[in-house]
Structure formats: C-alpha cells, structure tokens
Design a protein. Structure first.
Length: 314
C-alpha cells in the first residue's frame, strides 16, 4: 500500500438485543471516525437491532452461532481493513477515544491498543465485576509473567496482522482473555489508554452473568495455561503428586527402618503409583512443550508474514 494513502478503518460492533443503544453507538463512531466503515454483526437479536443499526448507517451482517466469540471469529474472517476498532453496541464505550487509539496503532507501530475503563457512574460497572477483573488480571500476570490493566475490556483497536493471525477459539465473553494471552504469547507490541466507561442507556440490559461468565473465564485461563505452558502445568501436577506420595511414604520408610516390615502395603502401592504418574506427567509436559513451541513458531511466522502497522500514516 502507498504510504500516502489513508488506512482503511473498520469499526466492529457485535450485538445481541441492543435496539435501545445501537443507533447512538453507530452514530458516535461514524462521527468520531468519518472515514471508517461501521459493521454491526447481529447475533440472533429478537428486537429491532438490525433495523436500527442499518438506519443509522451501519453495514449489518448476521452470525447465527450464539456467543461473542463466534461473532468475533466471523468478523475477523470476513472484514478486510488496515485498522480494526472493536467495541460493544451498548454505548458504554466512548467513541471519542477511537481516533487516538487508532493513531497509536500506526504511530507507535502497535498490534493492539486496549481501552482501559474509567467509570464515574456507579451503575456503569458492577462491584462484582470490578473485583473479578482485578483478581483475574493478577492471575493472568502471575501465570504468564505480565498482563494488562483491564483484561476484560471489550474496547480494543487492532492491526491487520493481529486480526489475521488470531485463531479465535473461544465461544463467549472469554474472548477478551484469549486476545490478551495471544498478544502476550507472541510478544506483540501493545498499548493501553484510559477511556470513559459509561452507564447503559435506558432500555439496554447487560448480557453478562457474574458467576457463570467468571467460571467460563477461569476455565479459559486454565486451558490456555495448559496449552501455552505445558511444562509448568503438568510439572505442577507432578510436583503435587510427588509431595502427596512423600507424605504417604515417609511413615512407611521409618517403620521399615525400625522393624524391617511394611505394615501398610496398599499405602506403599498407592505412593509408588502416584510417583509413577508424577514422572509420566512431567515427561508429558516436556513432550507437549516441544509441540507448543512448534505451534508458537508457526503462529509467529504467520503473524510476521502480514504487513506491519504504521505502513500508512493516520
């Protein structure tokens, strides 16, 4: 692409029953990014989301598989652009922050910019979500070495090479966690910017369930840790089994040294079996680590094969 050409910017808005807010959301992003194309992907809404979005000037498409992860997978596969702005269709993210986030992608040659949420209204962000966000952010940092300030923010801007190298394995709201881990594992240049987080307009309702979605996110983090850090994951299981086997075996050893007998033979068999399983777990981790490194190299090569951000100037 000629360096004098303006980048193609696509605004991606996954939606499910957002009739009350989608019109104002589309208008806000069209005003903030006049040259961008706004895409609304409807996910089986039962209200007038599609009609309102189309009337506001958005390109409306449909994804029938239920779940935000399915919608994001479809959007990333279908849409061709240089810069991708992703937000929710509920008017909680401030469209006025989008130009600066898009500028950062090109100016700082980043692959992802996360809009960290700053909320003034108590009704904008439930207390349980604030606590859960902090807990999971620290957990992600502990498991993967580093993290983001707000790993669950749905307000993100991506480069083309992020979007086209991201496999999208999640089905629901855990997609933001998967995005964060993808960027961390490939050592992508990323950035953050504080953005306003607003209360939903009247008539718009959250689709999040604190405990159900929290449990799904926790499972996603554990699964990604197993996939990306198999030596530590399976080695940790092996260490727990060895520790348990030692606790069971130490009294037997002392008894044997004193009497020359093994009075609790089933316990000795159990301790031996646990030790064998621990060794197998450790070697399974080593083998899977080799596979993971190969997969990571392929993903990295696919990522590097795409044009770097900043080839065009905002």
């Amino acid at each position: 692409m000629n360096s004098q050409q303006s980048p193609r910017i696509a605004v991606l808005l996954p939606c499910y029953n957002e009739e009350a807010a989608i019109g104002a959301t589309v208008e806000g992003f069209r005003k903030a990014l006049p040259g961008a194309t706004v895409y609304v992907y409807d996910n089986n809404s039962r209200d007038g989301t599609k009609e309102v979005a189309a009337a506001a000037g958005a390109v409306v498409r449909t994804e029938t598989q239920q779940g935000k992860g399915h919608v994001v997978r479809r959007m990333f596969a279908d849409i061709e652009a240089d810069v991708y702005v992703m937000a929710d269709g509920d008017l909680t993210y401030d469209p006025e922050a989008a130009p600066e986030m898009a500028r950062m992608i090109a100016a700082d040659r980043l692959d992802m910019v996360v809009g960290t949420r700053k909320h003034d209204a108590a009704e904008a962000y439930r207390g349980g979500h604030v606590i859960g966000n902090r807990i999971f952010t620290r957990l992600l940092s502990g498991l993967f070495g580093r993290s983001f300030t707000d790993i669950f923010s749905g307000y993100r801007v991506f480069s083309r090479r992020f979007v086209k190298s991201f496999p999208v394995l999640s089905e629901g709201f855990e997609i933001e966690t998967e995005m964060s881990v993808h960027a961390l594992e490939l050592r992508m240049p990323v950035g953050e910017i504080e953005t306003r987080y607003l209360a939903r307009p009247e008539g718009s309702h959250s689709k999040l369930s604190t405990f159900r979605d929290g449990w799904r996110i926790l499972k996603t983090i554990v699964t990604l840790y197993r996939i990306e850090r198999p030596v530590l994951f399976f080695g940790g299981i092996g260490a727990i089994l060895v520790a348990a086997a030692l606790i069971l075996a130490v009294p037997l050893v002392f008894t044997y040294l004193e009497t020359g007998l093994v009075p609790r033979f089933p316990t000795a068999i159990l301790a031996t079996g646990m030790t064998i399983v621990a060794v197998l777990s450790f070697f399974a981790g080593l083998i899977l680590d080799t596979v993971t490194r190969g997969r990571r190299e392929v993903r990295r090569l696919a990522y590097l094969a795409l044009p770097a951000p900043g080839a065009t100037q905002l």
